[in-house]
Design a protein around this ligand. Structure first.
Ligand code: NI
Length: 155
């Protein structure tokens, strides 16, 4: 047998050291492994029914991908420093600005720049993907008993 197949004393010390390092980085390793697991957006939407309650499905670079079901009209609001990207996953969606209205169908998307007052709406239930900085309040500069949703709700 090739003698190189056997580990001698210094090799075992090296392995022990790597083991220690591995255990101290375990949370980071687990988090990074979790990030690489695939997820199915339609299946995520099937897990809840409420409207205007965003759920986080991914986090990266300080931003979050949220999914949300919407129906009816959301209150007018502004985000002081966050731009919001909306992508229509299913149904028809409307983004209203004070001077115009944008209607979006499945597969269409829009960026709402920070500082621009807007209201989102849907006449029939639709499903939206939203990409924005983590901790962005859904109602921006206003607080509403019914519409302001808790942040960081993972699904
Ligand atoms: Ni907004």
């Amino acid at each position: 047998m090739d003698k190189n197949c056997h580990l001698n004393y210094p090799d075992w010390r090296l392995f022990a050291l790597l083991g220690l390092l591995g255990s101290s980085f375990e949370p980071l390793i687990k988090e990074r492994t979790f990030m690489t697991e695939k997820f199915n957006i339609a299946e995520k939407f099937a897990l809840f029914t409420e409207h205007w309650r965003p759920k986080v499905v991914a986090s990266l670079n300080g931003q979050e991908l949220k999914i949300v079901k919407v129906l009816g009209e959301f209150p007018w609001h502004t985000h002081e420093s966050e731009d919001e990207l909306f992508i229509v996953w299913r149904g028809r969606f409307r983004v209203e600005f004070r001077d115009r209205l944008v209607e979006l169908s499945e597969g269409e998307a829009i960026v709402v720049p920070h500082g621009m007052e807007h209201r989102t709406a849907a006449d029939t239930e639709c499903e939206i993907l939203c990409f924005e900085p983590a901790e962005t309040r859904n109602t921006g500069n206003i607080e509403d008993d019914h519409y302001t949703a808790p942040n960081a709700v993972r699904i």
